[in-house]
Design a protein around this ligand. Structure first.
Ligand SMILES: [Zn+2]
Ligand SMILES: [Zn+2]
Length: 363
């Protein structure tokens, strides 16, 4: 089974895309929403296994390198639900309570193509829900403290009697009054309304590595929203947007540009100066080059993310047909045609034909 195919992502998908794909599929194939259908459960196992491998950088590298490895996945439903809970950020808070995680956040930074070569730094300012400073996250107003929940006596759980077909059963559920924390707040902090979290402005220095691709995400674990009920904080994903360049188009690590040259340059060859990301370079145009042929400046492209090897700058040559001809040029082109043995027969009424006639003393 191909893990990328199972999750429906491309082989260069980043961590954020893989997580999103898994979450979407997991919601669809989770046994709880499929009445435990064997087919859906199998599918759920497959996507969970794929996610467990691809979401782990080390395992993913080993998987990408090919070969057969033991990824330590036993296929039991217990380990599958562990993967599921981890992907959704749920964490076991003990006392039978599952806390929901803080939200993941996305921010965008813009960089120039030149900065893909050098790497870049940005200072990011963004807002997130973070621990309330006024009450230090307790949710209780200054001078007061959360008190023991009278409903559950601080246990966080209560017994509930349920009538079932097997008779009366006692189950233990999370306390409805304190939400399982065992404490309630009588005098709520005015800054956060008792939630313990408040909107805060954060500053973050973002380092953008050389060779980054357009649309790729940088992951900052725990820099997303802080959970209001004690779960882990979400992550911050910084999307890197690369501005279009006026000369170069990027394909992988190669840079493409087109260069217009004259017919004489194409036929006789020439040495010209072309722009690079770092300045200018001399480029030799070999004699007899055809329109559409490509020339390369090796190593003048972009570095790859994995190593510092750079791609090429590829110059696509376009031979211009001259249009605004002087009398002398017309004469020379006719001479050239005669030399090649071509008998010219320009269509009547074309500007060039009339001018040719004039040049040769006709009406
Ligand atoms: Zn507060
Ligand atoms: Zn309680």
């Amino acid at each position: 089974m191909d893990y990328y195919e199972v999750l429906g992502v491309s082989r260069d998908a980043d961590g954020q895309e893989i997580k999103q794909a898994y979450r979407q599929l997991a919601r669809r194939y989770h046994p709880d929403v499929n009445g435990g259908s064997a087919e859906a459960t199998d599918r759920f196992k497959q996507i969970s296994e794929a996610y467990a491998v691809l979401s782990d950088q080390q395992k993913r590298r080993r998987y990408d390198a090919g070969g057969v490895f033991d990824f330590g996945f036993d296929g039991s439903m217990g380990s599958i639900f562990d993967i599921f809970n981890q992907a959704f950020g749920f964490s076991n808070m003990g006392r039978g309570r599952w806390a929901s995680p803080g939200r993941d956040l996305e921010q965008q930074v813009d960089i120039e193509l030149e900065e893909v070569l050098t790497g870049a730094e940005r200072n990011l300012t963004y807002e997130r829900m973070a621990r309330c400073e006024a009450c230090r996250g307790s949710g209780a107003a200054a001078g007061s403290k959360p008190v023991t929940c009278p409903t559950c006596g601080g246990h966080g759980q209560v017994r509930q009697r349920q009538e079932t077909i097997l008779g009366s059963m006692v189950t233990i559920v999370s306390c409805p009054d304190c939400g399982g924390t065992g404490e309630i707040i009588e005098d709520a902090c005015p800054d956060c309304g008792g939630s313990g979290v408040a909107r805060t402005t954060e500053q973050l220095g973002v380092e953008i590595p050389r060779g980054i691709k357009d649309g790729q995400h940088l992951e900052y674990a725990g820099m997303g929203a802080v959970s209001a009920d004690g779960g882990p904080p979400g992550n911050l994903y910084v999307r890197v947007n690369i501005a279009d360049h006026e000369v170069f188009t990027r394909h992988g690590n190669h840079l493409y540009m087109s260069l217009d040259i004259s017919f004489a340059q194409a036929a006789l060859g020439d040495t010209v100066t072309v722009p690079t990301l770092e300045g200018n370079e001399e480029l030799q145009i070999p004699a007899g080059i055809q329109s559409g042929e490509e020339l390369r400046l090796r190593g003048q492209g972009l570095p790859s993310l994995r190593n510092s090897r750079r791609g090429d700058e590829v110059i696509s040559v376009r031979v211009n047909t001259p249009t605004q001809l002087t009398e002398r040029q017309i004469e020379l082109l006719h001479e050239l045609a005669r030399e090649e043995g071509t008998e010219l027969n320009p269509p009547a009424g074309s500007g060039i034909f009339d001018r040719v006639r004039k040049a040769f003393g006709g009406e």
